[in-house]
Design a protein around this ligand. Structure first.
Ligand code: ASP
Length: 242
């Protein structure tokens, strides 16, 4: 199994360069990579944006919606890339189009490299229950690809937000719930450990070993204190440091 799972938040030149390098390495040797654009409504727009963003790469990025038969398309592709947007919309489409099992099989049984960013990382997990997204549509099941055995919360930050209404205002504190608090609510009824990926971070996963790259991550286990790990750390399937 080979996966590259990013948080998003690649707003700086340095982070964009890292994203491009990691993607190029991840898909090296791939000729055709299928892009799954269903986390947004504009499938052509999403695919074209990603194509422009990938720039000069060795692989061709083809939108899954461009194929008459998506199931045979998945079988014939060298790589799979699931883009970000709204996770609920993405999960609805994956279930309605019957894509959960074929993609899972391609990644776990045929070793096709999988890349996901943000919503695309959420769906690599057993379920989509640690997304930050609003439930804008009804879904038939929370189940997702289950290609890694823990949950991801993308765009993680430890809380303590300060904001200002305009440039002239003073910063005021936002006292809302932190991510750790929301994830502890998930843990009231579920046991899987959660990794909160800070912006600009990636997990490079290969057969049970998950390397953190780019930025920090928070590891949140049921009933335990949150602990933070730095880029370079290697984690097991249980999110223990190797
Ligand atoms: N909306 C996010 C994305 O960019 C996913 C998330 O925050 O859970 O895909």
């Amino acid at each position: 199994m080979k996966a590259l799972l990013g948080s998003g938040g690649i707003g700086t030149e340095e982070r964009r360069a890292m994203y491009k390098t990691l993607m190029a390495e991840h898909f090296s040797g791939c000729k055709r990579v299928v892009f799954v654009p269903f986390a947004g409504h504009d499938h052509d727009g999403n695919t074209n944006r990603m194509r422009e963003f990938a720039g000069d790469s060795d692989y061709e990025l083809i939108g899954l919606h461009e194929f008459d038969n998506p199931l045979t398309a998945i079988e014939s592709m060298d790589g799979i890339y699931v883009g970000g947007g709204n996770t609920w919309l993405l999960v609805r489409e994956l279930h309605e189009r019957g894509l959960i099992e074929p993609i899972r099989e391609a990644v776990l049984e045929k070793g096709i490299p999988y890349a996901g960013v943000s919503a695309g990382s959420n769906v690599a997990c057993p379920t989509m229950q640690t997304t930050n997204d609003m439930p804008i549509t009804l879904i038939s099941s929370f189940e997702t690809f289950n290609i890694i055995p823990f949950q991801i919360n993308p765009h993680y930050h430890p809380g303590g937000i300060w904001f200002r209404e305009s440039e002239d205002d003073d910063f005021v504190k936002h006292f809302g719930e932190t991510r750790a608090r929301r994830i502890s609510e998930y843990h009231e009824t579920h046991d899987l450990p959660v990794i909160g990926l800070y912006e600009g971070s990636f997990l490079r996963s290969k057969n049970g070993c998950h390397e953190l790259l780019g930025n920090k991550a928070a590891i949140i286990r049921k009933g335990e204190e949150v602990f933070t790990v730095n880029p370079g750390v290697l984690l097991s399937d249980e999110l223990a440091i190797l």
